[in-house]
Write a protein that binds this ligand. Sequence first.
Ligand code: ADP
Length: 599
Amino acid sequence: MRKKIAMLLVGLMTLTSVTACSTKQDAPADTKEQTTENNKQADIVIIGAGGAGMSAAIQARQNGATNVVVVEKMAQTGGNTVRATGGLNASETKFQAEKGIEDSNELFIEDTMKGGKNLNDKELVTTLVENSNAAVEWVNEIGGDLGVVAMFGGASVERIHRPSDTSAVGPMLVKTFNKQIETLEIPVLLETTAKQIVVDEAGKITGVKISNAEGESTIDCTAVIIATGGFGANLDMVVEYDPSLKGFVGTNHAGATGDGIALGTEIGAATVDLDQIQIHPTVDPETQTLYTEGVRGNGAILVNLEGKRFVNELLTRDVVSAAILEQKDETSYLVFDQAVRESLSAIEKYVSAGLTVEADTIEELAEKINVDAATLKETMTNYASYQAAGEDKEFGREDMAASLTTPKYYAAKCAPGIHHTMGGLKINTNAEVVNTDGNVISGLFAAGEVTGGVHGANRLGGNAVADIVVFGRIAGTNAAKFVVDNGGNTTPTIVVEKTEEVEVTPEVQGNFVDGTYKGTSKGNNGDINVEVTVEGGNLVKVDVLEQHETEGLYDSALAKVVPAMIQKQTTEVDAVTGATNSSNGLMGAVADALKDATK
Ligand code: ADP
């Protein structure tokens, strides 16, 4: 007997109604009415299209916010995020479980607090950690690739989630976000700088003043998310908060000028830990290229100009940086072998950019970098013996991924550079910005490097990417909710877009009570509601009444999971890779409905 199922594909009608901004410039207005008439309109304005801003935009949109506008002062999206090489720290993930890694949220919190010298806001850290697994899943759901877990400085266990091909995480994330933003039709105004957050006499946010080639104008809005990144490229500001950093090289993109701090504090925002500025230990002094921690994580050691090791290379960034600054010329060399080179694709970029020196023997390498050959040889021989014995007798390094005995040998000069500004706007766990009296500034959210408190006195590698995705999503979710709660024109209108009939034959006889039943379960972006029909004991039809899932991913889940449930007459079928949450949501909703149909 062939049974038919009808799958109602439900979508957000609002997808087609994005009319965010006209390009019309505001005329100089002498009355409020005129200003309003000429202004651009949005529900949520997101300032900054780095990782935090784009995560926020996508999440707000997924949560039904229809009129989200992103403004970005540079000519492209990506900010510092595109430079991120490491990955996303997350605990209790399926990728860790698959590799047999025993981790817990408690341990991740402990490591982060310890790394941050307990200056961190523990509530923010807890939020970061508890949402980290979902962040990995979400990135993968929207087309990203975080499928490999590795070791990184400051982490007790393998916790950093990286692209499967070991390539840098930043370009993968930015590509994924750009694609989603395009799919969701979110307007991004490039080369447009946010100049001021506009508030009315009562202090209520009414818009964002922007400046671009067309001049100055205002986007009226209900909520604002500040996601402008840090101030690592604003050396005056760096030196103002930490005079000891005068003359240091940078690693930041030109847009990391701290604008968000000014935008927030102008309307009363509090700041925290602005003097906590992280230097990264391994930056090429000439090109300011940052050598990812993964180079050390995958086995490289650090040697000074005398050819000697001087530190446990896997300690936190502040400790390793301080150790380098104690060496001759405040410089050191990353030294590794062919096996390490082949283990990390980021290294190929350093090699092809001409940043590394290479040699067939250790002696030849020593000569090329002008260190004593016998000393370097002894350093390498000793290290190989520690690695073989699993005990670093000199510096107590626990994870020694490589023996460094496979020619060729490589060295890259490095010194500490200004990397991450840990301090910033004060937020609470809802990503709401807090004012100097400790109260929330209504309608103002912030996420990412512009905020302070998550990292304390020292950020662990892998925690910035976790921060931008976790708090970006929280900011997007709460800004969308704020708009709805405050009468903005964002309403997550759910309408039936199209009906598709698919013929499916049950392969086994079901054992359910005939009738129609309703059920609910959580999908990736909210509840999935279904109505199921049972005829002749068989589940024969699943109508999806409501869903908020990501287009494309949801469609693939629907097309595979529902027919499989009907064929097998069970809700325990395989999830679609890359659309796990949507798949599980559909199965859960049908299971919930069938609870009432059980004999
Ligand atoms: P995060 O990692 O916190 O997302 P990023 O550095 O990746 O930070 O991104 C922040 C983005 O914000 C950058 O692309 C930067 O150019 C942009 N930005 C900074 N200040 C402004 C501003 N005043 N107006 C618009 N965009 C800004």
